[in-house]
Design a protein around this ligand. Structure first.
Ligand code: NAP
Length: 305
């Protein structure tokens, strides 16, 4: 595999930051890897896991880097680039992995030196786990990586875009370009709303007085447990996603609530045809997801029970 960058710096060594380090090292996409995390225990763990050279501050981490990856929660992107910005080398490429793009572009733009080249990005890959131990090299394999390039007429910007796309391809991802506003609406539908629904269902089940918690857990294989996996995701990350993709999420949530009310009405009026038609449409979507290679065709995701 070709070396794409001589030196990369990763700020934030959680699930995504650690996975980038593992994957870049395994595939030799980067010569050296410098890392920093605000959490002392995480820095210590990153050393133990031998993820790269771990620094004590953001400025020294990025000093000689050709590529800087911001892998912190969406609400911390501004602080991360503020600390690193003055030390970026001339022409350094800066990217991020945030689940929201519009708000991150504004936050990073406020602190980015003019000589740096910022290309926002988002890997459509993840798990419900967080922290450095959750990272693994194959996380991005066969997954989409969405780049939302800025309008920047500099020739270096176009070259940087090609280089960054090559880096993500070297990590195993399929790279796609998208407008940032479009990204935020699409992800509100495919990721943010499903997470909100899962958080809500799991919290509601816990609150229900008529069903004891042990019964909810005991019979969870009837559907509930699939929601609990999504709802086990990191609360900081998801708080930041909803605070920073407010408009798109509220728009999609409005539509969802209307459709839910229509379902409620169909149940009340025993409109079996409406229920059947909607469930049938939804089932076809599952087939499309499998055909697109985004999930396993095995029943129950290949689980034995
Ligand atoms: P994570 O496991 O919680 O790790 C984030 C790390 O960044 C934490 O150790 C955090 O420390 C640290 N941090 C916070 N502020 C920092 C700063 N200013 N400088 C350096 N480090 C800082 O999070 P993750 O799941 O890897 O997510 C990282 C980013 O990827 C988020 O923007 C998220 O939206 C995006 N993303 C996540 C997934 C997913 O499935 N998890 C998928 C795609 C994209 P503290 O905990 O002490 O704050």
């Amino acid at each position: 595999m070709p070396r794409i960058f001589e030196r990369i710096a990763i700020l934030g060594v959680g699930l995504i930051g650690a996975s980038i380090a593992h994957a870049a090292r395994e595939g030799s996409a980067a010569g050296t890897i410098a890392l920093f995390d605000v959490d002392t225990a995480v820095r210590q763990r990153a050393r133990e896991l031998d993820l790269g050279e771990v620094f004590e501050d953001a400025a020294s981490t990025v000093a000689d880097a050709d590529l800087v990856v911001l892998a912190v929660p969406v609400g911390a992107m501004g602080a991360a680039i503020e600390a690193a910005g003055p030390s970026l080398k001339s022409g350094a490429i800066v990217t991020d992995v945030g689940s929201v793009k519009g708000a991150v572009i504004n936050a990073v733009g406020a602190h980015l030196p003019a000589h740096a080249l910022f290309i926002p990005g988002h890997p459509i890959a993840g798990t419900e786990r967080s922290g450095p131990d959750a990272g693994f090299a194959s996380l991005f394999k066969g997954r989409w990586h969405i780049l939302t390039p800025l309008v920047d007429a500099r020739a270096e910007y176009a070259a940087a875009l090609d280089k960054l796309a090559a880096f993500w391809r070297a990590l195993g991802a399929n790279v796609e370009h998208m407008d940032a506003a479009r990204h935020d609406v699409v992800l509100a539908v495919t990721s943010h709303l499903p997470h909100l629904i899962a958080f809500n269902i799991v919290a509601m089940a816990e609150d229900l007085e008529s069903v004891t918690e042990s019964e909810v857990v005991k019979y969870s294989a009837s559907g509930f447990r699939d929601f609990t996996r999504i709802a086990a995701s990191d609360p900081t990350m998801w708080r930041d996603v909803f605070l920073n993709n407010r408009e798109a999420v509220l728009e999609v949530l409005g539509r969802f609530s209307e459709d839910l009310a229509a379902l409620q009405r169909a149940i009340r009026w025993s409109d079996g045809q409406q229920l059947y038609d909607l469930f049938d449409r939804a089932r076809r979507m599952r087939r499309e997801v499998i055909e697109a290679g985004q999930d396993t065709p095995a029943p129950n995701w290949g689980r034995e029970n």
